[in-house]
Each structure stands twice: as structure tokens, then as C-alpha cells.
Design a binder for this molecule. Structure first.
Ligand SMILES: [Cu+2]
Length: 155
């Protein structure tokens, strides 16, 4: 089979560029120490209601002045339904699910997680302005998905 020399050049160029891009991504990932989401911890999804702190979801104040907010996402609601948090403080959200995969999304913030049975996912945010924020499920989880939301009141 005859391959024209220009075609061979372009194939060589394409393969070389592919290798350059892969090497760049690989180097950047290792240089920046990128890893898969590290907030994940294992939890028995059948015992979420008994395992502290998910047996009493809500807000905890830590000695260093930051806060932890524990959430259970289950069909078709978040627990707690309303959470009041302070403005200007770091809040670390922890979420898990005892049933199916749910979303955990607070529009106008960078909180965007999945609530996965068997895992605790976490992410932090500092609310810089007071107001009421919506917390919504953005992973289709069943027939009542559209009713799955909660409120976060920032004071
Ligand atoms: Cu949902």
C-alpha cells in the first residue's frame, strides 16, 4: 500500500502531538500532585442512620472556628431541610446517601458533589454574603427528584 509522503507527515505530526499532549497532562498531574477526589471516605450505606455524626445531621462548630455540616441525601429530601450557617466562616460539607446516587449542588457557590451510597463526600465553602441559598439534587434519583431540595440560611 502506498501512503503519500504528505499524508505520512501529517500522521506523524498527529501522533507526535498526541504524545506531547498526553505527556503534558501526565506531567502536570504529577507535578501538581493531582489525585482522584480525596474527600471520599467509606461508610456502610445500610447503617447511615446509626453512624455518628450522620445519625444527627446538622452543623458542628470546631475549636478552630470552622464548621462542619453533615447531610444525608435520601429519596427525596435532604436532612437537614434547613441549615443556618454563619457568614464568612469556612463550612465543610459532608454528604452521604443510604439509597441511591443523589446530587449536592449549591448554585452560586463552588459546592457541587455527588452523594454516593457507601461513601462520604466532602467539600468546603466560605459564604461571603448573607441570604438564603438553595441546595438541590442535580443527579436524577427517581420519581420525586424534582422535589429534592433544601435551604441554607447564611447569617
Ligand atoms: Cu435527585
Amino acid at each position: 500500500m502506498h501512503v503519500h509522503k504528505y499524508e505520512r507527515w501529517w500522521m506523524t505530526f498527529g501522533i507526535v502531538m498526541l504524545l506531547v499532549f498526553l505527556a503534558t497532562i501526565g506531567f502536570a498531574a504529577f507535578a501538581d500532585n493531582m489525585n482522584p477526589p480525596s474527600g471520599l471516605q467509606a461508610i456502610d450505606p445500610t447503617k447511615v442512620a446509626q453512624i455518628p455524626p450522620f445519625d444527627h445531621p446538622g452543623l458542628r462548630r470546631l475549636p478552630d472556628g470552622t464548621y462542619e455540616a453533615y447531610y444525608v441525601a435520601e429519596v427525596f429530601a435532604f436532612n437537614p431541610q434547613t441549615l443556618t450557617v454563619p457568614v464568612g466562616k469556612k463550612i465543610t460539607f459532608y454528604v452521604t446517601s443510604p439509597d441511591v446516587v443523589h446530587g449536592f449542588f449549591i448554585p452560586k457557590t463552588d459546592i457541587n458533589m455527588m452523594a454516593v451510597p457507601g461513601w462520604v463526600n466532602s467539600d468546603s465553602h466560605v459564604f461571603t454574603s448573607k441570604g438564603t441559598y438553595l441546595l438541590i439534587c442535580h443527579e436524577y434519583c427517581g420519581i420525586g427528584h424534582q422535589n429534592m431540595f433544601a435551604k441554607i440560611v447564611v447569617r
